[in-house]
Design a protein around this ligand. Structure first.
Ligand SMILES: [Zn+2]
Length: 313
């Protein structure tokens, strides 16, 4: 295949969209003086997953209704608590990717806790999380998203050693030379591949992330996200647009206060409208992050064969 034909083949590729969930305790927050997270308000010293459970149940229903395969970043402790509550997580997660979101939502870098974890301690934590998840779900976990989406060289080195296929913690501004493609974490002296979360500048120049929390806190509406996907589609064929959702956020706010029934209704309506619009859009394909990564790696092998010294990385 010559270069021109290759470019043609690329331009007709869709924009890929991944729906990812960070499945962690309700309104969790890092705490000064300890590695793990607590539910807000932290003064109560509690971990709660009741809102997470309700939200996750609803999201599973919607994903089923719209025939969407998602990527589930499970905090291992939360998965254990939900199983203890009687949720059949392996069955509910069957069609989805199971990925890792740490053990107890550790503040690896110590930004809030004030006590950064060393590489050995990080490795113990993530390998225990991986072990628990693989025991519950009886399959490999290939993807990782760090609590608070904060990674360091130590975290990345641990992920490499534990043979993760990709990390999905960084946030990168769409455009400016990045169109949703995976890239190696060279900044951390690593070849581990990153499937970054996109951020955008809205019409007013305000930064917008692909986490849907702003919808649930009543600060944005679903059509703003749909417009963003439409813009991305025009400039990023073949790239991946990762959405991210905290299941608990459908029912409680960041401070742990319960939403009114009206607000919960609105949240569900907004989320459903995003799923339904995405499914109807032309040149958009929704898929799991691991599937995107596997297909992308296959494509790279092909490209390397046709174009020596290609500079896609
Ligand atoms: Zn989290």
């Amino acid at each position: 295949m010559n270069f021109h034909k290759l470019e043609m083949a690329r331009t007709i590729e869709p924009l890929y969209v991944a729906i990812s969930l960070d499945i962690d305790p309700d309104a969790n927050s890092a705490v000064k003086g300890r590695h793990d997270a607590l539910s807000s308000p932290i003064e109560h010293g509690e971990i709660r997953v009741a809102a997470c459970q309700k939200g996750l149940q609803k999201i599973f229903e919607l994903l089923g209704k719209y025939d969407i395969d998602a990527t589930l970043f499970y905090e291992a402790r939360t998965a254990q608590m939900l199983v203890a509550e009687g949720m059949d997580l392996p069955k509910l997660s069957e069609r989805h990717e199971v990925a890792c979101h740490s053990l107890k939502h550790e503040d690896f870098l110590g930004k809030v806790s004030g006590i950064p974890m060393d590489e050995k301690c990080i490795e113990k934590t993530i390998s225990e999380a991986k072990y628990i998840l693989e025991k519950i779900f009886k399959r490999d976990t290939k993807g990782f998203r760090a609590p608070y989406t904060r990674i360091s060289r130590a975290v990345v080195k641990v992920l490499e050693r534990l043979e993760f296929l990709y990390d999905s913690s960084e946030t990168v501004t769409f455009g400016n030379g990045w169109a949703g493609n995976p890239y190696p974490l060279e900044a951390f002296d690593s070849g581990l591949l990153e499937l970054a979360l996109p951020s955008f500048n809205d019409a007013k120049g305000k930064k917008k992330s692909s986490y849907l929390w702003a919808i649930f806190e009543g600060r944005r509406i679903s059509s703003e996200y749909i417009d963003t996907v439409l813009q991305a589609r025009d400039v990023a064929s073949g790239g991946l647009f990762v959405f991210s959702i905290h299941p608990w956020h459908l029912y409680v706010d960041c401070r742990g206060n319960e939403f009114s029934n009206t607000q919960v209704g609105k949240n569900l309506e907004n989320l459903e409208s995003i799923f339904s619009r995405l499914k109807q859009m032309r040149s958009i394909r929704i898929l799991r992050q691991d599937k995107y990564m596997e297909d992308w790696l296959k494509k790279q092998i092909k490209l390397n064969k046709s174009i020596p010294n290609n500079s896609n990385f």
